[in-house]
Design a protein around this ligand. Structure first.
Ligand code: 5GP
Length: 191
């Protein structure tokens, strides 16, 4: 998506450890009008898939998932990163290694929000090694629901997550695919 590539080139900052920061429109400050354009694009890509639920992971996925859901007219469920006391009843869980924090979290969704027969579109901000996406896919499958695909805002295609998840037969649509980024020169190229 050209608009997104231009925005990443204009506002993206490169940090240590192959981290791309897009805090001014996606990860800290949210440019709502811009994320709505991304949401419309996800709807265009997945509109004929019978999506009845969108699943994401807290915290950074929630904004873009909600702004996408308004075009599908479906609810958003977000996986919580720890089993908090305000989740009642049975839960689905998965273990996910965090790319940006290096820690491992148990992600949790209450059983009642993922049901057999649900057709789930997973939305997330970044795809790097694929751990977050793998965890979310596990939650959906444990519930007996179906993953219709994953909509990713930014895939760092030089990292293994995209190939890994696609090789498992899951449709992954990324709105921007970064081919390379150089923290020293600030250069970012796209596929
Ligand atoms: P993965 O699990 O695919 O290795 O990483 C995906 C998760 O890590 C995303 O949910 C995102 O929050 C975070 N992440 C991975 N790479 C980046 C990055 O370059 N920038 C930012 N802001 N987050 C990232």
């Amino acid at each position: 998506m050209k608009l997104l590539e231009e925005r990443i080139r204009k506002d993206g900052q490169l940090g240590a450890g192959n981290v791309l920061k897009v805090d001014c429109f996606l990860n800290h400050q949210i440019d709502v009008d811009f994320l709505c354009e991304l949401g419309k694009e996800f709807e265009r890509l997945f509109h004929d898939c019978g999506v009845n639920k969108i699943l994401t992971i807290e915290a950074s996925g929630i904004g873009v998932a909600c702004l996408t859901a308004q075009y599908f007219h479906v609810p958003v469920v977000f996986a919580k990163k720890s089993k908090t006391t305000n989740i009642f009843g049975d839960v689905y869980t998965a273990s996910v290694e965090s790319y940006t924090h290096g820690t491992t979290n148990t992600i949790v969704v209450a059983n009642r929000f993922l049901q057999p027969g649900d057709r789930v579109l997973i939305i997330d901000d970044f795809l790097a090694n694929g751990k977050a996406l793998e965890g979310l896919i596990k939650l959906v499958r444990d519930a007996g629901a179906e993953v219709v695909g994953a909509g990713i805002v930014i895939e760092k295609a030089f990292q293994p997550g995209g190939d890994l998840i696609r090789s498992q037969g899951v449709r992954v649509e990324s709105l921007a695919r970064v081919a390379s980024m150089n923290a020293e020169t600030g250069e970012i190229s796209f596929i």
